[in-house]
Design a protein around this ligand. Structure first.
Ligand SMILES: [Zn+2]
Length: 148
């Protein structure tokens, strides 16, 4: 793990502690059987996500008048979603394992990035106009990890 120069040991340790779960999850497993089970889990989740996430994204885009280029499904260990400057929205298949309101929040968050490529006040105002409870959802999401 690399930390920026200005980060104290204390902060680095706190980060490690609070992210232990997903750091552990992102390390390769030594036991091949365990690795196989994880690969299988991922496959099942990908199947589930394919039949849901792109349609949920499309639904909200239509509802609120957004247009995006492409929807990508990812299984990165660190992020729930992203929005690139070429208007591709990536959604983590791990979203299938979080409660629906949190999942919807991530989708609305990424859609709002189509208009604001930052986390400015204007960005949050836009998220808030679609999801009044976005602050709660953002907080609750921290209890889950995108890794499998
Ligand atoms: Zn964001």
């Amino acid at each position: 793990m690399s930390v920026p120069k200005y980060t104290s040991d204390f902060l680095a340790k706190r980060f490690l502690n609070s992210n232990r779960n997903h750091i552990r999850k992102s390390l390769p497993l030594k036991d091949p059987r365990q690795q196989k089970a994880r690969d299988y889990q991922k496959k099942i989740l990908m199947k589930k996500a394919k039949t849901f996430l792109p349609y949920r994204l499309e639904y909200f885009a239509k509802l609120y008048g957004y247009s995006y280029e492409k929807c990508r499904l990812s299984h990165a260990n660190t992020r729930w979603g992203s929005c690139s400057s070429n208007r591709t929205i990536s959604l983590n298949i791990g979203l299938m394992n979080v409660p629906a309101p949190l999942r919807d929040y991530v989708i609305l968050h990424e859609l709002a990035h189509l208009n604001h490529m930052d986390h400015s006040k204007a960005f949050w105002a836009e998220v808030g106009s679609h999801d009044k409870l976005y602050k709660t959802h953002e907080k609750k999401l921290k209890h889950f990890s995108p890794g499998i």
